[in-house]
Design a protein around this ligand. Structure first.
Ligand SMILES: Cc1cc2nc3c(=O)[nH]c(=O)nc-3n(C[C@H](O)[C@H](O)[C@H](O)COP(=O)(O)OP(=O)(O)OC[C@H]3O[C@@H](n4cnc5c(N)ncnc54)[C@H](O)[C@@H]3O)c2cc1C
Length: 369
């Protein structure tokens, strides 16, 4: 295997291939809630659910490389319900102590509470979401425009500019007075989101994660890990597209010749394989750096930009080579086209990440090639 995986990781990849074909692709027309519950139960039995959870909470705290192998191997089948395979991970709550540990982290990992992530703000917001310390409370005012799963969230890990302290991550319970769910919406990929207003919400000061003013690095670390996993899923989808096209091009077209005999088709196909190979190589190198405790902020951004743009190109060209049937509603390429488009914005717009990579090297001396 080109990734030189240990026997243990090769077994994990095999478990994921089996799981994708025997569980994810077998959910048929079940209602989504029922299918998700059945996937979750099977993922717990297969040991996949616990991979994203810390050992002290009964999880297996898998390495970044193992998580990448798992996500890529599942995605290589382009299956539905991948979001139900892995359990909730601590995210920015990772290092909290009591009372937040008992009130929010434990229920989150047990699936008893749901959390959202509030970072993005509307373009016309008069000023960033801000907080003023008042005794043992923080009074929060502002807006967040794109909280995934926000309508069902019990709390939102929210980026707040605390007066005289700076950017902080604050756990805001959605039932508090002054939290207003402004609207719910669905994006092209089918995921659900909500916009919120915070009108003088009084949050206990102990719900600021870490010290006030130290929030941004924690948020960025969480986003960095998520970016690498997006790249892993994108890499898996690329393997699926390449496989699909390999079969498609081997079949004969109307002239009786294999479709792949035409040079112009071969050139397109080769380009896609080159992109998939490059994205995969970046992914495995970066996951190994992460597991060696290297700072991978810049590399994770590079992986995410490259893999999400490459998978967009693969799916788009894949549709072009397969033809009109690939655009019929329900065709796996049509579904994938909608799914991967969101990634060039979610977790950081591609061009904004490019600027950050440039700044990381030119101004901060961070990142490697
Ligand atoms: C499926 C999905 C799920 C999401 N989930 C969440 C979530 O849970 N929580 C959350 O907080 N957000 C979430 N988002 C929002 C996402 O993080 C933002 O869409 C993204 O960060 C871009 O911000 P924006 O939409 O405000 O666009 P803008 O920031 O306005 O960017 C639009 C474009 O403007 C240009 N641009 C912007 N800033 C700069 C700059 N500094 N320099 C140069 N060019 C620039 C870029 O070309 C960029 O693509 C989600 C988005 C999607 C699509």
């Amino acid at each position: 295997m080109p990734e030189l995986l240990s026997a243990e990781l090769q077994n994990l990849a095999q478990t994921c291939h089996t799981f994708a074909t025997q569980v994810l692709l077998e959910q048929g027309d079940k209602p989504a809630a029922e299918a998700r519950a059945s996937v979750r139960a099977a993922a717990k039995r297969a040991g996949l659910f616990a991979m994203t959870q810390p050992q002290e909470f009964g999880g297996s705290a898998a390495s970044q490389l193992a998580l990448c192998v798992a996500r890529e191997s599942l995605a290589a089948h382009n299956p539905p319900y991948m979001d139900a395979v892995f359990g909730p991970s601590p995210g920015v709550l990772g290092s909290v102590t009591d009372p937040l540990k008992t009130s929010h982290l434990e229920p989150l990992l047990a699936g008893e509470k749901r959390g959202g992530f509030g970072f993005t703000e509307p373009d016309d917001a008069p000023k960033p979401t801000s907080g003023v310390i008042d005794g043992d409370s923080l009074i929060v005012t502002g807006q967040k425009s794109y909280v995934t799963g926000g309508a069902d969230a019990d709390f939102i890990n929210t980026l707040v500019q605390v007066e005289e302290r700076g950017a902080s991550m604050v756990v805001i319970d959605t039932h508090l007075d002054g939290v207003h769910l402004e609207k719910k919406f669905t994006s092209l990929d089918g995921s659900h989101h909500a916009a919120f207003q915070f009108n003088g919400v009084r949050v206990p000061l102990h719900q600021v994660i870490g010290e006030p003013g130290k929030g941004l690095p924690k948020a960025m670390r969480q986003i960095g890990d998520t970016r690498l996993l997006i790249a892993a899923q994108a890499s898996g989808y690329m393997l699926w597209v390449v496989d699909l096209l390999t079969t498609h091009l081997a079949a004969k077209d109307k002239s009786g010749e294999p479709r792949g005999n035409k040079d112009v088709v071969r050139l397109r196909y080769a380009d896609l394989r080159i992109k998939a190979y490059a994205a995969r190589s970046m992914l495995y190198r970066t996951a190994r750096l992460a597991d060696a405790d290297e700072n991978i902020v810049n590399e994770a951004m590079a992986c995410k930009v490259f893999a999400t743009e490459a998978v967009g190109e693969l799916v788009d060209t894949g549709i072009q080579l397969v033809g009109g049937t690939a655009l019929m509603e329900g065709h796996p390429l049509e579904r994938l086209y909608r799914q991967v488009r969101a990634w060039r914005l979610a977790e950081g717009a591609s061009d904004v990440l490019r600027l950050n990579i440039g700044r990381g090297i030119l101004e901060l001396g961070k990142g490697r090639i």
